[in-house]
Design a protein around this ligand. Structure first.
Ligand code: GDP
Ligand code: MG
Length: 597
């Protein structure tokens, strides 16, 4: 295709502002999918994405559009992942296109993710067309939101396209704006092949499918290609474009976006951001900006029933085929037995994986305290990464400990600002900036990542009644006074509940945890001390008193059926518990105990 007739773009928006609905309308308006095959949110293919209304994998569709100038254009829409955990994937998708539609809900205005995403688009050098959505709503205030886009983002919004993605109003203007206001791609057809690996996924029938954006050169079916970062060589079995399902295509030239299969066994063998070139006539340098996926949050996953370990292993291995960004290795815990230590890009990623293991594979899992990666500077001068508080070496050998910090951007209506500042302060935050856009405040905080991984987002939502929006990125490591806190139940350390905490907050946190555990652990026939300790020193303690009577004592011996039923009921209740020494701890305790109020 002639470069001048191609437009590549993404849609950037805060969650729920209408990105998927707009994509649906563009697909329909260009006749890409027959009306009878159309379903809502057609690009969001994974069930969990659909249910949670979030897009995790980048999805792409090639649209044919005849513009008002009478020319036929090819429009490639990349629907980027909408969550901070996937910031690197977003940055690669952004590099694959030249422009963005900035969708803002005209009844809500600019939000934290609007900003984070639009800055990424600007970083990638995009031309940006502001689109005000939901103008059908009585609460829509297009003029106010235009002014806000100009004030807060610094973009000219006078030519913003006003639409209702729901009703279809204004969609033809969006298509025309894409053609007239976004630039065509550049590239050299004669140069050696240079294509960016934008995304990859596992398909049960096709194996690994790789999405590419060609920068220079031409790729064809049968070509022998090399991944420049991994060095692996493959032959292209199949080349296709997405409409949005695969349609075979003879060749892809500069500016084009499509997918290939090449008998690649695992998604792990493909790296987002890698450069694909020809084996015979390679490009001299890969595309800049490649970064290997780096898990930032780690936790242990253990089966509730130890007999399910092999099933868990199977399930994790299958999932890993389709998700190159999560890591796992076997872990043994004194208390929990065999399980896996897994690494994730962020908390949402952790939840998605755990959800899938439980729902798609029918497993009951215990998730241990999520932990960030600490950097231990040892007295002998070596530096170690600590992924699991259970592996913490003798503190007397440690010179100092560093933890990852983030820069968080929070947007919130005025009236909740005080609560948000308090929350950030409580989480050891350092305020960097506070500005206003109309009646909304925008605050930036430097926060320790470990204070955010547990329940920061839940707390933020609850103190602001859902009106705050939040975005963050990791900025680096900094030294602080960090210690390992252990929890002892009936005198035995429960390693799954040990965690790293700031020394000044250890007492508060320890007390909160033992109080929670006292509520969550059922009473036993004996008294159970629950303690939090640093090293050998107990810093908080609760005692769970003993059950006074045998539960079956009331059944007199005579009523055997009733007695059996009662025992069965107890057994069923036990299923989701694990034994620690002589004490049964229910599964919920592991998660609930970690949440702070
Ligand atoms: P996304 O999270 O940005 O992909 O947002 P969705 O496309 O999933 O839309 C979020 C919600 O807003 C859905 O319930 C849509 O039906 C609704 N929505 C999207 N566009 C419009 C619109 O133009 N008008 C109204 N009233 N609702 C809309
Ligand atoms: Mg969506």
């Amino acid at each position: 295709t002639d470069l001048a007739r191609i437009r590549n773009f993404s849609i950037v928006a805060h969650i729920d502002h209408g990105k998927s609905t707009l994509a649906d309308r563009l697909i329909q308006a260009t006749g890409t999918v027959a009306d009878r095959d159309m379903k809502e949110q057609i690009l969001d293919s994974m069930d969990i994405e659909r249910e949670r209304g979030i897009t995790i994998k980048a999805n792409t569709v090639r649209l044919d559009y005849t513009a008002r100038d009478g020319q036929a254009y090819v429009l490639n829409l990349i629907d980027t992942p909408g969550h901070v955990d996937f910031a690197y994937e977003v940055s690669r998708s952004m590099r694959a296109v030249e422009g963005s539609l900035l969708v803002v809900d005209a009844s809500q205005g600019v939000e934290a993710q609007t900003l984070a995403n639009v800055y990424q688009a600007l970083d990638a050098g995009h031309e940006i067309v502001p689109v005000l959505n939901k103008i059908d709503l009585p609460a829509a205030e297009p003029d106010r939101v235009k002014a806000q886009i100009e004030d807060v983002i610094g973009l000219d919004a006078s030519d913003a396209v006003l639409i209702s993605a729901k009703s279809g109003l204004g969609i033809p203007d969006v298509l025309e704006a894409i053609v007239t206001r976004l630039p065509p791609p550049k590239g050299d057809r004669e140069a050696p092949l240079k294509a960016m690996l934008v995304d990859s996924w596992y398909d049960a029938y096709l194996g690994v499918v790789v999405m590419i954006r060609v920068m220079d050169g031409v790729i064809r079916k049968g070509d022998r290609i090399r991944m420049m970062q991994t060095g692996a060589v493959y032959a292209v079995d199949r080349l296709a474009v997405l409409r949005p399902q695969m349609v075979d295509w003879p060749e892809l030239g500069p500016g084009e976006i499509g997918v290939l299969t090449a008998s690649i066994k695992q998604v792990r063998d493909t790296r987002v951001g890698d450069t694909i070139t020809h084996e015979r006539r390679p490009a001299d340098a890969p595309l800049p900006g490649f970064k290997p996926a780096q898990p930032v949050v780690f936790c242990g996953l253990f089966p509730v029933d130890a007999a399910d370990f092999e099933d868990l292993r199977d399930a994790i291995e299958k999932l890993a085929l389709n998700d190159a960004s999560f890591t796992f290795e076997m872990e043994t815990s004194a208390a929990l037995g065999f399980g896996f230590r897994c690494g994730f890009l962020g908390l949402l990623h952790l939840e998605v994986v755990r959800d899938r293991l439980e729902r798609e594979y029918g497993l009951d899992l215990i998730t241990t305290a999520p932990s960030v990666v600490y950097r231990l500077h040892m007295k002998d001068g070596t530096v170690r990464d600590l992924h699991n508080p259970a592996d913490m070496p003798d503190p007397t050998h440690i010179d100092h400990i560093e933890e990852p910090r983030i820069k968080a951007t929070i947007m919130v209506p005025d009236e909740y600002l005080g609560d948000v500042l308090k929350l950030c302060q409580d989480r050891r935050g350092i305020q960097l900036n506070l500005t206003y856009a109309g009646s909304r405040a925008m605050v930036e905080y430097d926060l320790p990542l470990n204070e955010v991984v547990f329940d920061f987002y839940d707390r933020l939502k609850s103190v602001t009644k859902g009106y705050a929006s939040f975005d963050y990125h990791i900025t680096g490591y900094r030294e602080d006074r960090l210690v390992k806190m252990q929890i002892l139940v009936n005198g035995e350390p429960v390693d799954a509940l040990s965690m790293m905490v700031h020394r000044d907050r250890a007492e508060t946190r320890g007390r909160a945890m033992v109080e929670k555990l006292k509520e969550l652990i059922p009473r036993h026939m004996f008294q159970i001390p629950i303690q939090a300790a640093i090293g050998g020193k107990v810093i908080a303690r609760e005692t769970l008193s003993a059950l006074r009577k045998d539960v079956t004592a009331k059944c007199y011996g005579g009523d055997a059926t009733r007695k059996r039923k009662l025992l069965e009921k107890q057994k069923a209740g036990k299923k989701r518990m694990r034994q620690f020494g002589k004490v049964d701890i229910p599964q919920e305790a592991f998660i609930s105990a970690l949440k702070m109020d």
